[in-house]
Design a binder for this molecule. Sequence first.
Ligand code: 13P
Length: 253
Amino acid sequence: MTANTKLVAGNWKMHGRRDMAAALAQAVCAGAPAGVDAALCVPFPYLAQVGDALTNGPVALGAQDLSEQDEGAYTGEVSGGMLAEFGCRYVIVGHSERRARHAESSARVAAKAARAVACGLTPIVCVGETLQEREGGQTLDVISAQLEPVLSLGADLVAQLVIAYEPVWAIGTGRTASVAQAVEVHGAIRHALRGCAPEVADAVRLLYGGSVKPETAPGLFAGEDIDGGLIGGAALDAASFLAICRAAAAAAR
Ligand code: 13P
């Protein structure tokens, strides 16, 4: 069984104002097509408000990070239990912006993924190579090393993951990976999943992220093993995000 229904998750990153968050969430909720799972991963301060706007609708709520700790003296951190209490279904972990800016190691990313699952959340684990690594022919080695700690958590946990391939050089640059480049890496990730958790490997959804736009989404979503997208800039515009959602719904049929 493969993951037939695609997942399109918007990552608002550190964008928004209260009035903008409400209007954008309402517009996405009102226009979300059938046949796709959609989610909005919003800044922590907007979780309650966006959660209210999405209540009983087709779009799930998500956050952009969590602590690997349960609770305690961790100033500035947010726990998975708190996210669950606010109605989050998804949480992004290991985004390249956090790996780079906050020195998050792959071991820590795996601990965060495990913590998310323990709290009933679905972690969207991000991996991706820099341009220098791609040009050095290291892409698949880098992805494999980033995935290794999370795949060692065991098949039961792996079954709960979403994995997002986000080449760092494609994020926010307008330079999307070609379908062939994305398919190659997604195929390698699927192969790694089959190696460590064969019984669940085909059901784990693999998202592509990096400058996905309404124009490029249909081609990407038709690619083998591309089970949806993690959308940055285009998720800040309801019409663009919904067009990407429709492309995912159409590709799943
Ligand atoms: P862009 O779609 O803006 O390139 O961002 C992708 C991303 O980082 C999503 O997590």
